[in-house]
Design a binder for this molecule. Sequence first.
Ligand code: HEM
Length: 397
Amino acid sequence: MLLKVTTQSKNESESTLKLPPGPRKVPFIGHLHLLASYNPPHRTLRDLALKYGSSLMHLQLGEVSTVIVSSPEAAKQILKTHDVIFASRPSLLATEIICYDNTNIAFAPYGEYWRELRKICTLELLSIKRVQSLWSVREEEFSNLCRWIISNEGSSINLTERVNLTTYEVITRASIGKKNEEQATFISVLKEVIELASGFHICDVYPSIKLGILFKFKEVLPPSDMPNGSNSNFTWCAKQDMFSAGSETSATTIDWAMSEMLKNPQVLEKAQEEVRKVFKEKGYVDEIDFQELKDPKYWKEAESFIPERYLESSVDYKGNNFEYIPFGAGRRICPGMSFGLANVELPLAMFLYHFDWILPNGMKPEQIDMKESFGATARRKYPLYVIPVVKKPLQVK
Ligand code: HEM
């Protein structure tokens, strides 16, 4: 977790603050050079934290003084005990521009406006009741995806791309009630926006230099969606909140879960066995029997995919156990948790139930490239290609 350090008053300079330990600084750039590697920033930060401050570490990123929080105890202090103080996210130039001065839920400063917006969104779109009522949309879209996969049986398919498109369809139908004609353009814009909103752009570490990124955004956003364009901020911002926070996160989770299982065939086999056992009588996957699945939800060893270890674990993912916070915690915790899980569980169960998967070009499981891309979400750097083999055909219910 990254925190931007700000001084309380004009007279209080950073040098008077007692800052956590950190590596030696270089004039002007501070510690920026340490992040200049091929690794995505979260990996470099983890390595630095292990060396310099496994709980709290200070880094000077250009002009921005930053504290890296790495232990569950410190995360609890910040996300629970003192969460009011930390309930606003740092303002990034990217989000100032694309979210019309941070007027969307994800980047609005903590306060009355954010509270109201979040309340409306939670009640109207993201309540458990509403999420359950959207089961038919999920079922239709993910069945269509399975049909497409079946029609490509035996060929190498880009699963990453297809999962992305389908998740986007589900979120679009859930939030605006119909499909979006400009889907491909929107997804490619979103991809760039997520990259630019990573918080590590030159303009975020040198806030005094703003010009370059403005040009970049003009290239990425449609003219009508630039500030002062013809669209109001309830178009782009509302879309942006739901689509970027909703589709990208769910699609990325499905993508990594499939990648990890393909890389660990014994885990894939176990998961397939379980799903096929639970849905054997029915002959198809639906959400009604999900409680029968023990699929573990917890990760203790961040670098190893050994899900069965967590069957007996009492750690949950809902922001109460600070060693595992996939949806964040505290006041800014993800309001789309139930929706996100529903969008992940159904396709994964369908993939496991209906198909066996072969890697293309004789690739071995251990050769699957697991590199992450740079951006606000850690997507796969390269798409996942797989060859589907139909094990249980889709049934007409
Ligand atoms: C597997 C899927 C998902 C994951 C892993 C995920 C993860 C997260 C995380 C880590 C945060 C930041 C929380 C914090 O700051 O403590 C967040 C915030 C948010 N998420 Fe999700 N999310 C998912 C799905 C969704 C969905 C489906 C939606 C809505 C359609 C959504 C909407 C949001 C919004 C609006 C915020 C900002 C909340 C705020 O700042 O008040 N998310 N999400």
